[in-house]
Design a protein around this ligand. Structure first.
Ligand SMILES: [Zn+2]
Ligand SMILES: [Zn+2]
Length: 403
């Protein structure tokens, strides 16, 4: 505990999550004997009042509150819920930094933590892998990052550096990939400790709540598109215009593709065009495959939906050498008619997010070309509501928790 306190002070931490009126900031409580008794102290922590019962005086209580934080956790493997807890503020480790979280996006993949369907998660665990904030402590051996730097962390939350995939330099496929919110506590918390090799710098043009959704939804769609076989001017369709899709349509249009947005219902047509789509296909009104063929056949259909039966018709819309590129996971298998695939030399590929450098490039592109996620923000304490809203499909279009 003492070591922690020293670290906090030497790092000059003055985070918004710390207790108001603490002894270190002015000593007014520490020097007031009136408070050095055993009685409950009301401490304001991130806008909420907590009661701490101390036996050794108010000063010590205040110091211990400096070392706590609020986090929204899944309490146990068999309890798929989110509860607000006061935890020890995590200590920075060698090779890592501690980030004071400014914003954390809520991703559908957070359900993997809530429902314990990702291997190796231990509980309690705070989800969250769209983390944007400011470094408040730097661990031993870390170079290139300093206290006060604005950084983000996405699905790539660290890699082992030793496996065959890392030795090839392909860190996102690391066999021991660390995903924040699964391998360690993620961004549904006031502080996270993150390996320095997973940090993406946030450009000054982006606020934390703007950067956060670009760190998973953004980098996943941007990276998938830029590594796809489509070239400028090719017909690229984005299937679904929700959290991932509304970013994918913007990226596709700004990358110079002839961009098709596919969604359900005529009412989304004008929104799709606002995002930059050149064409809109209402999958309820027309045959998606036929419509894409009428437009010349898609070089790429980027599928952001999470239902296999919604992906299936798009296969008929692929042009020669066309590719179905999957970034949204469906629980059920995808049925594929193989004969047309052979004639059209079609392929199906999936794409997993990107590394911290990919995230930096995603944010740079977004700044340069005006791509932004449309977000709804809620304070951290309302994480359970925000998560439920996302899971119901009601979010327009990314939920972001803010400090
Ligand atoms: Zn995600
Ligand atoms: Zn590795």
């Amino acid at each position: 505990m003492n070591r922690l306190l020293r670290e906090d002070r030497s790092a000059g931490s003055g985070g918004a999550g710390e207790a108001e009126g603490d002894g270190a900031k002015g000593g007014r409580w520490a020097h007031n004997d009136e408070f050095n008794h055993d009685f409950p102290a009301r401490v304001k922590l991130r806008g909420r009042f907590e009661t701490y019962r101390g036996t050794r005086g108010f000063k010590l209580d205040m110091e211990s509150s400096q070392n706590t934080m609020r986090a929204v956790c899944v309490p146990a493997a068999d309890r798929p819920e989110l509860v607000i807890e006061t935890l020890a503020k995590p200590a920075v480790r060698p090779g890592s930094v501690r980030v004071r979280v400014g914003a954390c996006g809520i991703c559908h993949s957070d359900a993997l933590t809530v429902h314990n369907v990702f291997p190796g998660i231990t509980f309690p665990r705070a989800p969250g892998h769209e983390i944007a904030g400011t470094i408040d402590a730097v661990g031993e051996g870390v170079t290139g990052f300093a206290v006060g730097d604005r950084v983000g962390v996405g699905w790539h939350g660290g890699h082992c550096g030793r496996c065959d995939r890392c030795r090839r330099g392909d860190f996102i496929t690391c066999r021991a990939l660390q995903v924040p919110g699964m391998a360690y506590d993620g961004g549904y918390a006031e502080y996270v400790v993150v390996p320095a090799n997973a940090l993406a710098r946030i450009p000054s043009e982006l606020r934390d709540e703007e950067a956060a959704p670009l760190l998973c939804a953004g980098v996943t769609t941007y990276n998938a598109l830029r590594h796809s076989p489509a070239r400028a001017g090719d017909l690229v369709a984005v299937l679904g215009i929700g959290g991932l899709g509304h970013l994918a349509v913007q990226f596709a249009a700004k990358m110079g593709f002839e961009t098709v947005a596919i969604a359900r219902g005529a009412q989304k047509a004008s929104f799709a065009r606002e995002l930059g789509a050149h064409h809109y296909v209402d999958s309820r009104a027309v045959d998606v495959g036929e419509e894409l063929q009428r437009l010349g056949g898609a070089a790429v259909v980027l599928s952001t939906v999470t239902a296999a039966d919604a992906m299936q018709p798009a296969l008929q819309g692929l042009g020669i050498d066309g590719q179905l590129l999957v970034v949204g996971a469906a629980m059920e298998p995808l049925a594929v008619p193989t004969a047309p695939m052979i004639g059209g030399r079609h392929s199906i590929k999936a794409w997993p997010s990107g590394t911290c450098v990919d995230s930096e490039e995603t944010m740079a592109f977004a700044v340069r070309h005006g791509v932004r996620a449309m977000i709804e923000t809620m304070p951290f304490d309302r994480a359970p509501d925000a998560y439920a809203r996302m899971m119901r499909g009601d979010a327009r279009f990314r939920m972001v928790l803010t400090a």
